[in-house]
Design a protein around this ligand. Structure first.
Ligand code: HEM
Length: 397
């Protein structure tokens, strides 16, 4: 598989995905992993209740890492809903799910718009700026901070922790990366633990207070509580940052599509779905067979891991016409980018809201917006995003 998927970074993984889909859409690796790259296979696997979460789905990337370090890595994170099966998954998800309903998220719209306008105010009169550090990162971090009840998250401190934390989710994770993740998780846990203690003393109308004060059958143990707070914190920023960055890079590379969105801002909902499809922030998703079963007509034994290449499914020509081009008016199958089944992304309505409000505003206020240098991509296959995207905003409208 590595041979077929070597070209991460600037050119993107898409040529490798195409080769894989054409030559081995249901690839069994030497280590026994089943790798799916077709849209329909991935979608069915996400919904397959014989597949679930076990330590293997998290740990298969870490084969080269000693056992004790492996266990330490993501000790609390793995106690969150993301890595659990029912009934624990149901209990952990229920506690926070009401905050992410369309109605609740809708109430956040004015605050999201205020944050966008304030960030775009800072673009006026600038020659060149890095849109990742000045927009794609601070917007979702500010929004998740509002929701959690931590409106002044210190980005310079927190962003590196989160980056280290998610490193073991990459197939290329090595010992040094996993050690850094363990260290980052301890620091994040201490930071979040202090916040939770404060919320317990003085609860507010925010998500951390809800986690800190839940009682009865909803009550979380300490590791679950800290882990859930870290999960929301991390999920709230890395992924949405990448949606904004990857989406903007795609638009800047397709000026006809950008012009269309500027003329017809009402297309923003479709445009964001297409950006999610075209260059998904989360490229892979994993499950473990809970029992012996068949997945995409392949026998899979209990304990074996199924890896779904969401980004490959999103470019499947059997489902999308002209899959390698961005068409913001596309109305075809929903992208796989938020996963599916029981673990479908809880934050999807929030991520969509931020992007749908942002792109038309950015294009309307800065009609001359253009790239102004080379975009730098972060290494990695599971998370795909930009480190830097220099742009020239041009004269404000
Ligand atoms: C789960 C992607 C934004 C919270 C997931 C999953 C994906 C995903 C693929 C499924 C993981 C799995 O099946 O194992 C994304 C993308 C985002 C985004 C592409 C932005 C564009 C957010 C935001 C939040 C969030 C803003 C919250 C603040 C979660 C949570 C889960 C999850 C809590 C776990 C759900 C569960 O296990 O039941 N996300 N996410 N995500 N996401 Fe997101």
């Amino acid at each position: 598989m590595e041979v077929l998927l070597t070209d991460h970074g600037a050119p993107g993984p898409y040529a490798g995905y195409r080769r894989l889909r054409e030559r081995a859409p249901r690839l069994r690796t030497a280590a026994g992993l089943l790798v799916l790259s077709g849209y329909r296979d991935c979608e069915a696997a996400l919904r397959n209740r014989a597949l679930g979460k076990m330590d293997e789905s998290l740990g298969f990337q870490l084969a080269a890492v000693p056992e004790d370090l492996r266990r330490q890595a993501l000790r609390r994170f793995r106690r969150t809903m993301l890595f659990r099966n029912p009934p624990d998954h149901t209990r952990l998800r229920r506690l926070v799910s009401s905050v992410f309903t369309p109605r609740h998220v809708e109430a956040l719209r004015p605050a999201v718009v205020r944050r966008i306008d304030a960030l775009l105010d800072g673009f006026a009169g600038r020659d060149v700026l890095d849109v990742v550090t000045e927009l794609a990162l601070p917007l979702p971090v500010g929004v998740i901070g509002d929701l959690l009840g931590v409106p002044d998250i210190d980005l310079a401190v927190a962003a590196p922790w989160v980056r280290h934390l998610v490193a073991p989710l990459e197939p290329s994770a090595d010992v040094a990366a996993v050690e850094a993740a363990v260290h980052a998780e301890d620091q994040l846990a201490a930071y979040v633990g202090d916040l939770l203690a404060e919320k317990r003393r003085r609860p507010g109308d925010d998500l951390l207070s809800r986690l800190a004060t839940a009682r009865g059958e909803d009550q979380l143990d300490d590791d679950e509580c800290v882990g859930t707070a870290i999960l929301l914190f991390a999920a709230g920023f890395e992924t949405t940052t990448n949606l904004i960055g990857n989406g903007l890079a795609a638009l800047l590379g397709a000026p006809v599509q950008a012009a269309l969105l500027r003329e017809r801002p009402g297309l923003a909902g479709h445009a964001v779905e297409e950006m999610l499809r075209f260059d998904a922030p989360v490229q892979t998703d994993g499950r473990t067979a809970l029992v012996d079963t068949a997945v995409a007509d392949v026998e899979v034994g209990a304990g074996q891991v199924v890896l779904m290449l969401l980004g490959a499914g999103n470019r499947d020509p059997e489902v999308y016409t002209d899959p390698d081009s961005l068409h913001i008016t596309r109305r075809q199958a929903a992208p796989l980018s938020f996963g599916g089944g029981l673990h479908f992304c809880l934050g999807a309505p929030l991520a969509r809201l931020e992007a749908v409000e942002l792109f038309p505003r950015l294009l309307a206020r800065f009609p001359e917006l253009a790239t102004a240098g080379t975009a730098t991509w972060r290494p990695g296959l599971s998370f795909r995003g930009l480190a830097r995207l220099p742009v020239a905003p041009g004269r404000p409208a």
